[in-house]
Write a protein that binds this ligand. Structure first.
Ligand code: SAH
Ligand code: SF4
Ligand code: F3S
Length: 433
């Protein structure tokens, strides 16, 4: 029997789809296939911005035909959007052909829900308010060799005023250190070369005496040839201990993803981010002083309620001052149930659009300048795959920059040293040495 999974949203969701695949394998769906050939289709949704929801809705609508042609097809929809208040009901009304609806809190139950659906005609709706168990014990079917994601914490307690994650992912829960170490050890033995520790806010990880810097230290101390990344760090929990651990271990990638969101103190306060622009820049300076070759990447939102041209200019100047290597940029999207959605002074879409164009221009120009500096130098790339269009192998350096190169044999999963001969946008092109 065949399965097809469609994933929206963040790395957390991508990894959860690997766990969903693990559950499906247990249930006898032993082969991944195209949408058209599948016996079960699972949508793993996201609701962080309205366009993420619209995207899923659009694709769900298209399944109606498939279901009509193949009565035995099971369609299951889960993830953050289903967990959102009122959305499961809405999905039922709009898409009555969906067989199973499950939330973020009971992903581990999907196998049972499939059994239940097979024994009854009516749809199965199971979206608990709280999590009872974790997914420990599910064997993920990993799809991103040589990279592997490892959860260290679930949920979020920060309640940034724009963000829906705390509502759909519940309160923060850290995984036991021993389970994390065991999982990473196993991945290294299996030949994975890049481990990414995942949590909405990794810096607030805690298991008894172990806080995040100690956990990172222990993971980085494991034997083997691998790279270590982690995301996401919240600036309010940035610590000198964290930087000290990064400095100590070459295995930890020299890039810190530190979402700034805005450069204006007034907006940061309305966002409930609990740091100032000055504090943020202090962290940037400290990091670069301790680890001069470190880079920063970030997330930025434009068009937050009441954002003025002046506030936006402050974001632009923060981008210059922090000298970000790259940034994910978003237009603010009101999420029902969050504080910001109720605020006065919502910004017209056109203003947001105009601002993001300027912001992207600036970020791209910085990224391009940094890429140019690579020319003539060497870069160590972990080869991830082959680009059919470019007819070149590709991989990423420690900073996450994509590098392309020719090779006679497949070096996927190997560290390759390239001499960079050309840079185009954020991509590097090099010769293997
Ligand atoms: N936990 C992480 C990231 C969560 S979501 C963190 O705290 O940084 C990823 C990014 O989506 C956020 O950093 C933010 O920039 C963006 N985002 C979240 N809610 C949004 C909203 N309502 N509108 C636009 N962007 C949003
Ligand atoms: Fe959302 Fe803020 Fe939590 Fe990140 S830290 S998930 S932006 S509430
Ligand atoms: Fe991730 Fe989207 Fe959920 S960003 S945590 S999948 S709302």
């Amino acid at each position: 029997m065949k399965y097809h999974i469609v994933t929206y949203g963040c790395q957390m969701n991508l990894h959860e789809s690997e766990k969903i695949a693990g559950i499906l394998r247990e249930k006898g769906y032993d082969e991944e296939s195209s949408l058209e050939e599948a016996d079960i289709v699972v949508f793993n949704t996201c609701c962080i911005r309205e366009n993420a929801e619209n995207h899923a809705f659009g694709n769900l609508g298209a399944l109606k035909k498939l279901k009509r042609a193949k009565k035995s097809l099971i369609i299951a929809v889960g993830g953050c959007m289903v967990q959102e208040a009122g959305k499961a009901q809405l999905i039922r009304e709009k898409f009555p052909f969906v067989d199973i609806l499950f939330g973020t809190h009971n992903l581990y139950e999907l196998g049972e829900l499939i059994d239940r659906k097979k024994s009854q005609k009516k749809a199965v709706l199971s979206v608990p308010e709280e999590r009872k168990e974790t997914e420990d014990g599910i064997v993920a079917v990993r799809t991103s060799y040589p990279n592997a994601w490892v959860n260290i914490a679930y949920g979020c307690n920060n309640f940034c005023s724009y963000c829906i994650v705390p509502y759909v992912r519940g309160r923060e829960r850290s995984r036991k250190k021993e389970l994390i170490l065991e999982e990473v050890r196993d991945l290294i033995l299996k030949g994975y070369k890049e481990i990414t520790l995942l949590g909405q806010n990794v810096n607030s990880y805690r298991d008894g005496e172990t806080a995040f810097p100690e956990l990172l230290d222990e993971v980085a101390s494991l034997e083997g040839e691998f790279r270590l990344r982690f995301m996401t760090s919240h600036p309010k929990d940035f610590s000198e201990e964290l930087v000290a651990v990064m400095k100590k271990h070459k295995k930890i990638c020299r890039v810190l993803h530190l979402p700034a969101q805005s450069g204006s103190n007034r907006i940061l306060s309305l966002m409930n981010r609990r740091y100032t622009r000055e504090k943020y820049l202090e962290h940037v300076r400290y990091l670069k002083q301790e680890i001069p070759d470190a880079e920063l990447t970030t997330d930025l939102i434009v068009g937050f309620p009441t954002e003025t041209d002046e506030d936006f200019e402050a974001t632009l100047s923060l981008v210059r001052e922090a000298d970000f290597a790259s940034a994910f940029t978003f237009i603010y999207s009101p999420r029902s149930g969050t504080k910001a959605a109720e605020m006065e002074g919502q910004i017209p879409e056109e203003t947001g659009k105009a601002r993001i164009v300027k912001l992207i221009d600036l970020v791209n120009s910085q990224t391009r300048e940094k890429s140019k500096k690579y020319i003539g130098k060497t870069a160590e790339i972990l080869c991830e795959g082959y680009d059919e269009k470019k007819k070149l192998y590709l991989g990423r350096d420690s900073y996450g920059r994509m590098g392309y190169f020719e090779s006679e044999q497949s070096p996927v999963g190997e560290f390759v040293t390239l001499k960079i001969v050309r840079a185009s946008g954020i991509s590097l092109y090099g010769e293997r040495i």
